[in-house]
Design a protein. Structure first.
Length: 140
């Protein structure tokens, strides 16, 4: 089990626990009650409230960042969340990361600027993301 990292006096960044409640809408398109893989979900907690969430997963030696969500008014938490995430993934033997952004969302454009400052490679070709239920796809 990873140890919690202090953000400030009353906050921590750690992996999601089975007992944590992810607020409705915080995980984007995932339905309420979705069972997330705790080892690949990081949370920022402040005053016993989930204020940040990062969902990711390993893929061929890199980690895919699926979703980052923050409550408004907690800007310092984002950096602590990413620092913990990158450190944990590096200690797990992963060598890189990849993600995508929606240019129509201001916060995501800001995240891209931060990634560029951290020497990220930006793939500029337009893409459309898709996904669905394995059960539904299996019927096809």
């Amino acid at each position: 089990m990873m140890q919690a990292e202090s953000i400030d006096v009353a906050s921590e960044v750690r992996n999601l626990r089975e007992t944590d409640v992810v607020p409705l809408g915080f995980a984007g398109p995932f339905p309420a009650g979705w069972k997330f893989d705790c080892e690949w979900a990081w949370v920022a907690i402040k005053d016993e409230t989930l204020v940040g969430l990062l969902l990711a997963g390993p893929c061929h030696g890199i980690v895919m960042i699926q979703r980052v969500s923050m409550r408004p008014g907690h800007p310092g938490v984002l950096l602590a969340l990413f620092r913990r995430f990158f450190r944990d993934c590096s200690s797990r033997g992963l060598r890189g990361y990849i993600s995508y952004v929606n240019f129509t969302v201001g916060e995501q454009k800001k995240l891209l600027r931060l990634a560029v400052r951290a020497h990220a490679v930006v793939f500029t070709e337009p893409i459309v993301s898709f996904g669905g239920s394995l059960a539904d796809a299996g019927k096809w």
